[in-house]
Write a protein that binds this ligand. Structure first.
Ligand code: FAD
Ligand code: PYC
Length: 417
């Protein structure tokens, strides 16, 4: 009879993830690969998985400066939705939302996708108008979204305070029923395990420190803290640090990096059946399957690469949360943390080729790229494999900032920027 150690049983219970024990196939990179992805977050690991699974590229590697999922993929508040305003965004985010539905089956790893519904609250006449515009635009694009009265919103989320005498009363809400949550770190682990099974090398503790180019200017390799790697194709998905990495190839991007924070309460019995977001009073909350209330705060007002933010931002968020959900007032907060998000001027991402042959970039997701992970990874892999964008990501170029073809989704974001 096969014997199992307690540790192996625990590992199997969580899907047999090998990264915890750093048992990936290789600790250091091979001298050369057909393609290398920089960044072991969901977007990078997912791109590697789709390159192998859908484009037959298996002599590839993901290089990660820390541990996989240790960046924003493992730090976000897990909200999934596709209720963006513009046609280009609706196509992009709905492509991703549809992929979440089957992701656990595709990866054979439970990413705990839970379409529990996302409520976006309106507190002012302006909110009602903006949200109304979003609902109509979404429906025109085949994306579900519906208007709820305050009473209907409370029926959907019974702990919501709809008293009229509060500072920002709830005047109504948009509900995207297909929106919801997934467990963030399983996405990194699931893609990593599936990519590894297809032969992809996952190299942790390997920071890219330079990009080598040949006499024509095309990519010919990478410098890393674990030695040089030869490759003709490099895909960068290094959220928060993209400008640093592309700077190695002399490319400047219109990106700014900010800390964004979140916090969780002590675990309690189920009390919150959905996600509630309020852009105006600047707070959002859901409940994890462990029972913790997951609360998101805003971005700091200054640029930084520190993975923590200012305390007063959290205090402001908690004031708003206590007003919206008075019954959580006496809960203790267990942890808070931050991540570094990179934001473009129009708050839409870039998934594109760069001016350097063989160099591709996936960045600019700002505060909202977790929801896009499967779609973004899928389209990024396509772009790298075909050396041209898929029709869905074709508008998300770098050149749009030169040509003025912006996709201005600032109002679709959950948090202040
Ligand atoms: P990451 O997961 O950050 O991966 C990038 C990786 O690149 C990192 O692991 C990093 O270590 C690595 N790297 C960087 N430089 C180098 C280098 N030189 N060499 C090698 N590796 C390098 N989005 C939503 O849709 N919904 C939400 O509810 C939500 N909430 C959020 C809450 C917070 C607090 C934060 C911080 C973000 C939130 N986001 C949310 C945004 C979302 O987390 C990100 O957009 C998304 O996870 C980005 O994924 P990624 O794979 O591109 O980046
Ligand atoms: O994009 O839905 C979102 C989001 C919520 C919190 C941070 N980003």
């Amino acid at each position: 009879m096969q014997k199992f150690s307690a540790w192996s049983l625990i590992r199997e219970a969580f899907g047999g993830h090998r990264g915890w024990t750093t048992q990936w196939r290789r600790a250091a990179p091979k001298p050369g690969y057909d393609a290398v992805i920089v960044g072991g977050g969901g977007h990078g690991l997912g791109a590697a998985y789709y390159l192998a699974a859908e484009h037959g590229l298996t002599n590839i590697a993901v290089v990660e400066k820390g541990w996989i999922g240790g960046g924003n993929t493992g730090r976000n508040t897990t909200i999934l939705r596709s209720n963006y305003l513009f046609d280009e965004s609706a196509r992009l985010y709905d492509h991703a939302l549809k992929m979440w539905r089957d992701l656990s089956q595709v990866l054979n790893y439970n990413v705990m996708y839970s379409p529990r519904g996302v409520l976006m609250l309106a507190h002012t006449v302006h909110d009602i108008q903006v949200i109304g515009r979003h609902i109509h635009a979404n429906r025109g694009n085949g994306v579900d979204n519906e208007w709820l009265t305050p009473e209907q919103a409370k029926a959907f989320c019974p702990i919501l305070n709809i008293e009229r005498n509060i500072r920002y009363p709830v005047l109504g809400a948009a509900l995207q029923r297909r929106g919801g949550t997934a467990r963030h770190d399983t996405v990194a682990w699931g893609y990593a395990r599936a990519a590894d099974a297809l032969g992809v090398d996952i190299i942790e503790n390997c920071e890219v420190t330079g990009i080598r180019r040949d006499s024509r200017g095309a990519v010919e390799g990478l410098e890393t803290t674990r030695g040089p790697i030869r490759t003709r194709k490099v895909g960068v998905a290094a959220s928060g640090h993209t400008s640093v990495v592309l700077g190695y190839a002399g490319i400047r991007l219109p990106l700014e990096s900010y800390p964004l924070q979140a916090l969780v309460s002590e675990p309690v019995k189920p009390l919150m059946p959905c996600v509630v977001m309020s852009n105006t009073i600047h707070a959002y909350m859901s409940q994890s399957d462990k029972g913790e209330l997951v609360i998101g705060a805003g971005t700091d007002a200054y640029n930084s690469y520190t993975q923590r933010g200012a305390l007063h931002i959290n205090m402001h968020t908690l004031e708003a949360i206590c007003e919206l959900f008075p019954m959580v007032r006496r809960l203790k907060m267990l942890r808070n943390w931050g991540g570094i998000v990179d934001c473009t001027p129009d708050r839409s991402p870039i998934i594109a080729r760069t001016e350097v042959p063989g160099l591709y970039v996936n960045c600019g997701w700002g505060t909202g790229g977790f929801k896009a992970t499967p779609g973004s990874a899928h389209l990024f892999a396509w772009t790298i494999a075909h050396d041209e964008p898929h029709p869905i990501n074709a508008p998300f170029t770098i050149e749009r900032f030169r040509d003025g073809l912006l996709i201005d989704e600032a109002a679709a974001a959950a948090v202040a920027h």
